[in-house]
Structures are given as C-alpha cells and as structure tokens.
Design a binder for this molecule. Structure first.
Ligand code: NAD
Length: 484
C-alpha cells in the first residue's frame, strides 16, 4: 500500500482546540507498514509548542465543561459511541495497516464505543459524603475534577485504552490531552475526526501524535497537567513517575508490562487449559501485556500437556495479511519489535529447548514471528525474566504446589496470573498466594471482567482502572468542607 492510498482517506494532523492543524514546526514522522517496510503515511509530530497549546486549550475549556450536568456531558458520549460503531471497519483497517492486528479479530473500536456508552450514564454515580458526627458542625466532601488530564497510550490496543482512560476523565469534568503512540497513531486521529463530528466543545478532547520525546515528556513534566494516566512499558512508566515528582506531583496511574505465569495442575482439564493458554500467547501475535508467557505444568501431566499445546498451536495459527479475513496471526508491529523478539528467541535457543518455532505457513517477508515454544529453560534466563511481547512461551515443570507459587512469584512483574485445577481448596490457596493484580482460575488472559478493577502488583503498575468506580475515582480530588 503506497502513501497515497492511505493518506487520502485518513487524517494525520494534530487535533487541538477543535481544529486539525499541522505541527507548528512542520515536522512529521514516517509510519511504516507492519507487513513490509513501505511508507504508509507521514504523520504530524507534535512539538513542544503544540503540546503546550493543547494543554492550554484543555485548561481553558475545562471550567465550562465541568459546569455542565453529567447528563449533558454524557450526551456527547452517546453520539461519539454511535459514530465509532459506524466506523468500525475503518478502525480495523487502519490498525491492520499500521500495527498488523488482523481485521478478523478486531474488537477494539466496539469496546471503545461500549465504554463511552457506559460512562455516558455514570457521571451521577460520583457523590461526596456528609457527616453530623462533630457537634455543631456539618461536614461534607466534594469530589472535584483535577482540570487537565493527560492520556498516554500504547500501540497494541490503542482504541480500547483511549476510551477506557478518556471517558472516565471527561465524564467527571476534566478535559483531556491524548497522546497516541507513534507506532499506531491513525485510529486516534480517526477518533478525533469523530469527536469533531459529535460536536464536543473545542478543547475538551485534544489528540496529539508524536513520540515520547517531545510530546510525551512535555505532558508528563507539564505544570498544568494535574493527572496523567499511562499504559505502556515499565521503562516509560518509571520516566513518567520521575517527571511527575520533578514537576508538580501530578496524580499518576500506570498500567505497565507483564510476564504472566499460568500454573497447570495434573487434575486440570488439559483440553480447556491448552485452548485458553494457546489463545493467550498467540492473540495479537503475543503483543499483549497480560499474555501467559510462563507456563508451569505439574511434572506428572507435562508430557500430555506439552503435546496438546504444541498440536493446538500449530493447528490454530493462520499467519498472513492482516487485512484478509482468514488471518488470525498478523506481523509484529515493526522492525524494532521484530528484531527484539528474534534476540529473545536466540536467548531461548541458547538457554532452553525449542520445540516449536517454525511454520511453513509463515510468510517469508514482513515482520512475522511464528508461535514459538521453549521447554527446560532455567528460571534465571532473561527470557524467563523479561517481557518479550511476541508469540513466545516458556513451558517449565514443577512437582509441588509451593514450588509453582515460588516460581510464579519470582518476577518483578505482577499483572496477571492463572491457575488450572479442579480442586477448589487449591484454587483458593493459590489465587491468594499469587502476586498479581488479576488471578484467573480455570481460564486465562485476555479474560477480564468489565466490573472488576484492573492493574498490576510490583513493576506492572500503580493504581487500578475499571468500572464501575476505579477509573472515575482516579480523576477526582476530594475536598472536606466544614460548616459551623
Ligand atoms: P512504550 O512505553 O514504549 O510507549 C507507550 C507510550 O508512551 C507511547 O505513546 C510513547 O510514545 C509514550 N512515551 C515513550 N516515552 C515517553 C516518555 N519519556 N514520556 C512520556 N511518554 C512516553 O510502550 P509500548 O511499546 O507502546 O507498549 C507496549 C508496552 O505496554 C508493553 O510493555 C505492554 O506490556 C504494556 N501494556 C500494558 C498494559 C496494561 O494494561 N498493563 C496494556 C497494554 C500494554
């Protein structure tokens, strides 16, 4: 696909104060196809001046926006949700082109629409408290928005994160500056066109494209940004937390990386376990924060499990052009990610035993990595410790429950963990012992429920997001008021 075909049909400029503009210094960056190294389109790179202007616009718009009733604010959400649904096909196409997600399994825009729908009604749920406990006084709390909230998102599931972060920030009365990922900016730009069509007042939602340096860093150091919600790597999360402490101590929510363990006991339904775990490792070509990439199977069931797992993985995967309906395994997002994953495969081959790692159906050009399985890898190997973000899984064995728990928890990450067993006592014990923000029993990632909090233990994050209250709570200050 040449530059012309994509660029004619898609907005690539910055959305500031309700208008699309080129970068103030005219700079753009190249967006490269995930399938081949062709230039897809040139995208505006937000400068420091653009970023400051977006923050100023949000700051100026916020008093009037927060003065509206939640119902009024929510009415814009309903229109936006309808427009997102109408454009689902285009969202899917743009994500396939830029980050290689197959159109066949594309659900991100639908989730984004449902999220805006949900929050369109949720604003009234936010209320303060009153107290008559202190004689002579009426005490109460107000919940008030911060003002300007920054939303920094990754490339792997962009629309879902954009909606899950922006909608709660907005419905409680903040205005937002969204910074999309330089690897997948097109769907955020499309969403900005729908924000305009939906008639949101200028400045309520601003959308910038660009890299961590400059726009991401300017936002995280900005004195007028009072809350920042981030999803991305642990490395960037640390930089953002540092920027917050060096600037204005803005409130920070961090959803970071993972190296999720799954424990399979000998009494588990091995068919169900392999089905769930193969999908967990393979979906989005392994570029999923909560992918179950460390599997610990009880030694007595290991041979059966590994045979089933390998068979299922080989049978499931249909690599190819992400725009084709049959494809369920697209290329990795770009050459950097491709080279990074290949380096981990070399480590895996050196430290462990590879039992699946090539497929005749893998296209020979493009950033395709076939699902790859390693066994017998020492726990100290880098491939067991670091997040790979590709369709790579390590399967190791254990004898005792305590050993499985120790190995699972021996990680700086703690985003998600799974346990497969038919023994309810064991399921309860193990789920309590695992150090992870989410534990799945007899199921695995990417399963999450819409009404429980999501977030990480340890290096996987700070704070919790989710419906009904966690995300909205993050975007609100609490004030105590005493009346004598
Ligand atoms: P990344 O950290 O490289 O980039 C994420 C965003 O941060 C991008 O928009 C990027 O431009 C921006 N950024 C980069 N440097 C910055 C800086 N110094 N200041 C401010 N912003 C900066 O992550 P990625 O490669 O886009 O995404 C993959 C990572 O995200 C993986 O580690 C994955 O596990 C994680 N992730 C976590 C979750 C979760 O819910 N916990 C979900 C999805 C992805």
């Amino acid at each position: 696909m040449g530059d012309g075909e994509v660029s004619k049909s898609i907005e690539t400029r910055l959305f500031i104060h309700g208008e699309f503009v080129e970068s103030s210094d005219g700079k753009t960056f190249d967006l490269i196809s995930s399938q081949n190294n062709d230039l897809l389109v040139k995208v505006s790179e937000a400068s420091e001046e653009d970023t400051n202007r977006a923050v100023a616009s949000a700051k100026a718009a916020q008093p009037a926006w927060s003065a509206l009733s939640p119902k009024h604010r929510g009415s814009y959400f309903k229109t936006l949700a309808t427009l997102i649904r109408k454009n689902n096909g285009e969202f899917a196409r743009l994500e396939a082109l830029s980050m290689g997600h197959p159109v066949s399994g594309y659900f991100h825009a639908q989730v984004a629409a449902s999220t805006f729908d949900y929050y369109s009604e949720a604003g009234y749920d936010i209320q303060g408290t009153t107290s008559l406990n202190n004689p002579g006084y009426l005490s109460m709390t107000y919940r008030q928005p911060y003002g300007v909230a920054a939303v920094i998102i990754p490339w792997n599931v962009p629309m879902l994160f954009l909606a899950k972060k922006s909608a709660p920030a907005l419905i409680v009365g903040n205005c937002v500056v969204v910074k999309s990922s330089e690897k997948a900016p097109l769907t955020s730009a499309l969403l900005a066109t729908l924000v305009k069509e939906a008639g949101f007042p200028p400045g309520v939602i601003n959308v910038l494209s660009g890299h961590g340096h400059i726009s991401g860093s300017v936002l995280s150091h900005h004195m007028d940004v009072r809350a920042l919600t981030f999803t991305g790597s642990t490395r960037t999360g640390r930089l953002i937390q540092e920027a917050s402490s060096k600037s204005n101590l803005k409130a920070i929510s961090l959803e970071l990386g993972g190296k999720s363990p799954a424990i399979v006991f000998e009494d588990a339904d091995l068919d169900a376990a392999t089905k769930g775990l193969v999908h967990s490792v393979q979906s989005n070509s392994g570029q999923t924060c909560m992918a179950s990439t460390r599997i610990y199977v009880q030694d007595t069931a290991a041979e059966r499990f590994i045979t089933l797992f390998k068979e299922k993985m080989e049978a499931e995967v249909r690599s190819g052009d992400p725009l084709e309906k049959e494809t369920n395994h697209g290329p990795l997002v770009d050459v950097t990610q491709f080279e990074k994953v290949k380096r981990y495969i070399d480590i895996g081959k050196h430290d462990g035993t590879i039992i699946l790692g090539a497929s005749p159906r893998t296209p020979s050009t493009g950033h395709f990595i076939p699902p790859t399985i390693f066994t017998h890898t020492p726990e100290s190997s880098l491939i067991m410790k670091e997040e790979v973000f590709g369709p790579i899984v390590n399967i190791n064995t254990f004898t005792l429950e305590s050993e499985a728990i120790t190995k699972s928890n021996d990680s700086e990450y703690g985003l998600y963990a799974s346990v497969y067993t038919k023994n309810i006592d064991r399921a309860m014990r193990v789920s309590r012992a695992l150090e992870a923000g989410t534990v799945a029993v007899n199921c695995t990632s990417p399963y999450t429920s819409v009404d429980t909090p999501f977030g990480g233990y340890k290096g996987s994050g700070v704070g919790r997001e989710g419906m009904p209250f966690h995300s909205m709570e993050f975007f609100l200050e609490t004030k105590s008021v005493h009346i004598k």
